[in-house]
Design a protein around this ligand. Structure first.
Ligand SMILES: *Cc1c(COP(=O)(O)O)cnc(C)c1O
Length: 370
């Protein structure tokens, strides 16, 4: 599987180059445009109006599509991508199944904005996502590892059972990226991603995408964006294209750091518990080892209580106190403050790209001082 990633990344770095004329720029162009030349006669040109198409989106969608081996529609945020899936895959009377412990805004928009139109949403914990079956659901959205608790579900088993029951199966793959896990290869109909996180990776843009190999799902999403207007800016698309070119390097460093931090935190007396799918004793380990090509860059470290967790985040020189994850810098957040179902002292850490030893020196010293 990881040879496969290597080949995809090598292809990604070269995919535009064969088509470039002598003297052309190696990097794609940022093309801001609301209107394109559209003569009255003859066939419609590929670009007409900025809400329909944009050459810079095409570059980013081609690059993401190569990694996903699928068709991709990009959006101006991860939530715009989630909303597009809800809007195109449900109608009055539809039932949706979502994780109780997944990204809270996804549950919120399903209930708050789709509920009044007759769409009902059921919630189930990720670790027990399979239990109870999938009969009657139009749309099943899994998130694995879940954010922020880092529980997992078996994507292949969920996809097979939910599709047999007639559901469209979506996986929010934000925490893993296609380099860490390939839900489409495991049977999902579509993946959703907040590219704000690791895919862009530089904490400077919001972006999202949906990937699918199903032409009808793709056409519905493309039309939805075209007519309702949640379009990414060309500049943001360009930034994400640029970020994507170093994803593999960043993801490898971040994941190696997370694995080392998980082991070392687990051995520290100030730490009550560690969640990381790569730890042999983690409840998620067996399924994670089967379906993930890497154990990812996120870990959960439980400290004594809320005060210890806040002190850790606010005083560690190499942990940036911030929400979100997947950036160059190691960041941490006490998720219980947002009401997530995790212990009060649970710190979600997103391992960054710092060299490990100085990073651990700072984290270890902060834990020592708690
Ligand atoms: C951040 C996140 C989103 C929402 O993405 P935005 O880019 O912030 O709109 C959706 N799903 C998951 C799992 C996320 O972590």
């Amino acid at each position: 599987m990881s040879d496969d990633n290597d080949r995809l990344i090598a292809e990604l770095l070269h995919h535009r180059l064969g088509a470039l004329a002598p003297g052309a720029a190696i990097a794609p162009a940022i093309q801001p445009a609301s209107v394109f030349v559209t003569p009255s006669g003859g066939a419609l040109p590929p670009y007409q109006y900025g809400r329909f198409h944009n050459p810079t989106w095409d570059e980013t969608e081609a690059a993401l599509g190569l990694l996903e081996r699928a068709d991709v529609v990009t959006f101006p945020s991860g939530m715009a991508a989630v909303a597009a899936v809800l809007a195109t895959q449900t109608r009055a009377g539809s039932r949706i199944l979502m994780p109780a412990d997944g990204y809270y805004a996804s549950r919120l928009i399903a209930e708050k904005y789709f509920g009044p139109f007759g769409v009902s949403t059921d919630l189930r914990p990720t670790a027990a996502f399979h239990e109870g079956g999938f009969a009657g659901y139009a749309l099943v959205i899994a998130e694995t590892p879940s954010n922020p608790g880092l529980d997992v579900c078996d994507i292949a088993a969920v996809a097979a059972a939910a599709k047999a029951a007639g559901a469209v199966v979506a996986v929010d793959n934000t925490t893993m990226t296609p380099l860490g896990q390939r839900p489409l290869d495991l049977g999902a109909d579509l993946t959703i991603a907040s590219d704000t996180k690791a895919i862009n990776g530089h904490s400077d843009v919001l972006f999202g995408h949906v990937a699918t190999r199903d032409p009808a799902i793709f056409a519905a999403l493309a039309d939805y964006r075209k007519y309702t207007g949640p379009i990414p800016s060309p500049f943001d698309a360009w930034l994400v294209h640029r970020g994507l070119e170093t994803l593999e390097l960043r993801f490898a460093r971040m994941s190696a750091n997370a694995a080392a931090l998980a082991e070392r935190c687990l051995a520290h007396p100030a730490v009550r518990a560690v969640r990381y799918p790569g730890l042999a004793g983690d409840p998620a380990h067996a399924i994670a080892a089967r379906q993930m090509t890497s154990f990812g860059f996120m870990l959960g470290v439980t400290l004594a209580d809320a005060a210890a967790a806040d002190r850790f985040i606010d005083t560690c020189a190499m942990v940036q106190a911030s929400t979100s994850f997947g950036g160059l810098r190691t960041s941490g957040e006490r998720r219980a403050k947002w009401g997530d179902p995790v212990p009060e002292g649970y710190v979600r850490l997103s391992a960054g790209c710092e060299p490990l030893e100085p990073l651990w020196a700072a984290i270890g010293a902060t834990l020592d001082a708690l």
